[in-house]
Design a binder for this molecule. Structure first.
Ligand SMILES: *Cc1c(COP(=O)(O)O)cnc(C)c1O
Length: 383
């Protein structure tokens, strides 16, 4: 929630920029820790936001790091995450990325295909190091979220399908430099209804038993991330309900032989603490609507253009909050998809007004680009 103090400060900073509320991030991390009464191991998915100040706070809270590129692995190490809490996933790891991670002795590679097993074994042999792997399994569980952020269905590019397990076993029996220690799952993102997570648990129980019966010593069950946040109501639900989320896994997951349960949360930790702050450049009359043209666009926050994502938009400068008008809130980029919201009700909006686009802490700054040769987006903190 923004006060006159924020508005005064924002009016002295060149827009657009990201503004992060570290107080809220701290509270969120505390809520996460207190909800975790089950001794779950929690990793933070760096791809949601890798701003060094944010990473530092998360690391100081004792979380591990879930990385999906070689540079994320390096960033996590640079930031001081312990290497035995760093995991590396991704369908397309390059040889260079793999070698770097092997040399840094990370906890585990989450392997997404049979060809990757062979390459990992070859590179580990070359470095004369035995490495830990987890199989990223495609559980064919529907997350009922946007199709671009569903990852756990057979038709997705991610993970190994159960019908490939026999082949995986015979490949693994010839891979002397790989040690299978975990099973990894991640079914998608922005999942608010907890039912898909329950379905995931039931599926994992089945697959976990299969590996046990085959004689594999699986120590880690990694259930991924994907817990969703409330984009509609950023003030009303600032912190997600980690209690109910963890409870589902406690209730339905059946770990065998004291297996560790690992989580990889991104969005639910950082989304609500960030806002994109922008100014109105022009109000332009259209045929059926007025356009509020901002100095921020899809180059700063691409989620609306990429996933048709909703973000709550607020005019922080307006005085008369009673009377609302309808605006299409758009950016300056030469693309019709560069639109933050259609038919958004805002108080009467003028050139120079400060606009906050809320719940932008996850998959915002990290996805910014220089398209149209835009300036690199800056970030500010409440400290
Ligand atoms: C993106 C990703 C996550 C985090 O997802 P959120 O929806 O941000 O919680 C976790 N694990 C893997 C493998 C991912 O790709």
């Amino acid at each position: 929630m923004f006060t006159s103090h924020h508005i005064n400060r924002f009016s002295n900073i060149e827009t657009p920029f990201y503004y992060y509320n570290t107080g809220l991030l701290s509270k969120t991390l505390n809520a996460l820790t207190s909800a975790n009464t089950y001794n779950f191991h929690i990793h933070y998915a760096l791809k949601a936001n890798s701003n060094p100040i944010i990473l530092n706070m998360i690391k100081n809270h004792g979380l591990g790091a879930d990385c999906v590129s070689g540079n994320e692995v390096l960033k996590a190490i640079e930031c001081g995450f312990p290497v035995d809490k760093i995991v590396f996933a991704g369908v397309g790891k390059s040889d260079k990325e793999i070698l770097n991670a092997i040399n840094h002795n990370i906890l585990c590679f989450n392997v997404e295909s049979i060809p990757e097993l062979l390459v990992l074994n070859e590179l580990a042999a070359k470095q004369k190091k035995k490495i830990n792997i987890a199989l990223r399994i495609n559980p064919n569980v529907d997350a009922y979220t946007h199709k671009y952020i569903t990852t756990g269905l057979e038709e997705n590019k991610f993970g190994i399908n159960p019908y490939e397990f026999n082949e995986v076993e015979s490949v693994l029996s010839n891979c002397n430099f790989l040690s299978l220690i975990g099973l990894h799952f991640h079914i998608g993102s922005q999942i608010q209804d907890l039912t898909p997570f329950k379905n995931l648990c039931l599926k994992i129980n089945e697959l976990n038993k299969w590996f046990l019966h085959k004689g594999h010593n699986i120590n880690i069950i990694n259930v991924g991330g994907g817990l969703g946040v409330d984009y509609k109501n950023p003030n009303g639900s600032q912190i997600v309900d980690f209690d109910s989320y963890f409870k589902v896994f406690h209730q339905f997951l059946e770990p065998l032989n004291r297996q560790q349960i690992h989580f990889e949360l991104g969005r639910s930790i950082v989304a609500q603490c960030g806002s994109l702050i922008s100014k109105v450049l022009y109000i332009k009359k259209g045929i059926n609507t007025n356009f509020a043209i901002l100095d921020a666009g899809m180059t700063e926050l691409i989620r609306p253009a990429l996933y048709q994502a909703y973000h709550h938009i607020e005019n922080l400068s307006a005085n008369n909050l009673e009377q609302k008008l309808k605006y299409d809130v758009v950016g300056p980029i030469c693309e019709s998809s560069d639109c933050f919201g259609k038919a958004v009700f805002l108080p009467e909006t003028k050139r120079g007004d400060i606009i906050a686009i809320r719940t932008a802490g996850a998959y915002g700054e990290v996805m910014s680009s220089k398209y149209n040769l835009r300036d690199e987006v800056k970030s500010y903190f409440d400290v």
